[in-house]
Design a protein around this ligand. Structure first.
Ligand code: S3P
Length: 461
């Protein structure tokens, strides 16, 4: 029996893992975070009441909900449904003359709100936690400013906190995005819908397309034309229409348990109702290539919003998984899965190369650096590169006596990666900073306990 000590700010839990522990059962993946943010935002500007089934309950999504409420949007929660009373436009009515929005850790909230609020008669301040205040915002503010938005950085240039100043007009622009970022693309689409002429955006590579799909679902078919990597956005002439949005499971959350099931002998996991949107299935396609006989995907529902969903049956891989390569073209479809893929690579035979992934340095932490530091403490062989990682495998993960404590650095995806690493290692060690898991996946530990069939409880520190 080994004990992993999970430590958050106020609680700790001793997770007892037996040798030969497997993952078994059915997993209802928590709702998709990206789609949840967007459902609230589109609901806010549509005409009528948007009903959202299965909205993710997590810190990040609550930030979007609270920000919209502070801007005068009424949002009600009724059992498993959330109802957003739309404005039929962008005429937000904040409760105060100067609105201060605290966006916590949520980069998606910050960046999407910049586009949403680009043309307002109000002054709106945006700030975040320590991590969010260090993430790059100029990539969004700069093209929006070219469109006519007015913004002022309140501390460091290019970072939060900043304030959006009153503006009455936005111009259409032609712009090539410097990074394949869905957050940037979405902010630009939201801004361009309020401009006085069409905008043309070129993205360097594919990134998740939930904003595009949701705009079409809400009736904006004629406002967005996509041809390859070129997007043309025409201003809204009439309000979008409220919709019923059913949020599927989040592939980025499912990836942690899929990886554990692949690697732990005797495992069999049915992941239900996961999003199979092809801009999000990079991880799934990759692991299917590594272990084709271990993964079965069945598309169960393809809803009108164009967000396909389905079930995934994962079994222990039985054979040694080979090393793999990830480059910039694939990155956009699995960007949030890099932490768990790095852990997986430590168990694969050969040299895994992840490159053209500098964007990982601008996530909740510098993930290239933090993955290297924390997994190295567990015996992994990882070389950090300026734009990626080189990982040699397979290595037996172990906690050496003097480095028996690893840290999530307040990054939810690093925290979940480390919990899976602990289970794979079969060794005693402690993981600090687990509070951050609530940002995207508050039920992760309880779901994991159920699937591992272990019983332990959080104790007050
Ligand atoms: C997100 C886009 C991605 C992703 C983030 C959520 C979104 O960020 O990493 O977790 O909802 O648009 P970038 O668009 O900056 O790559």
């Amino acid at each position: 029996m080994m004990t992993t000590n999970l430590i958050s700010q106020q609680y700790q839990m001793q997770l007892q893992i037996k040798p030969g522990q497997s993952i078994q059962g059915t997993y209802q993946t928590p709702a998709d975070k990206s789609i949840s943010h967007r459902a609230l935002i589109f609901g806010a500007i549509a005409a009528g009441n948007t009903v959202i089934d299965n909205l993710l309950v997590s810190d990040d999504v609550e930030r979007t909900q609270q920000a919209l409420q502070a801007l005068g949007i009424q949002i009600e929660t009724r059992q498993h449904q959330t109802v957003v009373h739309g404005l039929a436009g962008f005429n937000f009515q904040p409760q105060h003359s100067l609105t201060r929005l605290n966006l916590g850790n949520s980069g998606t909230t910050a960046r999407l709100l910049m586009g949403l609020l680009a043309k307002q008669p109000h002054t709106i301040q945006l700030s975040g936690d320590l991590s969010l205040n260090q993430r790059p915002m100029a990539r969004v503010i700069s093209p929006l400013t070219t469109m006519g938005m007015r913004a002022e950085y309140l501390a460091d240039h290019g970072m939060l906190p900043l304030q959006i100043l009153p503006t009455t007009q936005l111009r259409g622009i032609k712009y090539t995005l410097p990074v394949a970022s869905a957050q940037l693309k979405s902010a630009l689409i939201l801004g361009a819908l309020q401009a006085d002429a069409p905008s043309h955006f070129r993205q360097p590579a594919v990134s998740r397309d939930h904003t595009e799909k949701m705009l079409w679902q809400f009736g904006g078919c004629s406002n967005l034309h996509v041809e390859g990597n070129l997007l043309t956005v025409s201003p809204l002439q009439r309000p979008l229409q409220a919709q019923h949005v059913v949020v599927p499971g989040d592939p980025s959350s499912a990836a942690f348990l899929i990886s554990a099931a692949l690697l732990l002998p005797g495992s069999q996991l049915l992941v239900e109702n996961q999003s199979l949107n092809e801009t999000r299935t990079g991880f799934l396609r990759l692991v299917q290539q590594l272990a084709p006989q271990a993964i079965e995907v069945s598309v169960s529902r393809d809803d009108t919003a164009g967000e396909p969903r389905g079930d995934i049956l994962v079994k222990h891989a039985h054979q040694q998984l080979p090393a793999f390569q990830i480059n910039g073209r694939l990155l956009g479809c699995l960007i949030d899965e890099i932490p768990i893929l790095s852990l997986l690579a430590t168990q694969c035979q050969g040299t895994t190369i992840i490159r053209e992934a500098t964007e990982l340095r601008y996530k909740e932490t510098d993930r290239l650096h933090v993955i290297t530091t924390e997994l190295t403490k567990l015996g992994a062989i990882i070389r950090e590169q300026p734009d990626g990682l080189i990982i040699e495998g397979p290595t037996k993960l172990h906690a050496s006596d003097d480095e028996a404590t690893v840290s999530a650095h307040a990054d939810h995806r690093i925290a979940m990666m480390l919990v899976i690493a602990a289970i794979l290692s079969g060794q005693h060690f402690s993981i600090e900073g687990l509070d951050s898991i609530a940002i995207s996946n508050p039920t992760f530990i309880t779901d994991l306990q159920q699937l591992l069939r272990v019983e332990s409880q959080w104790d007050q520190l």
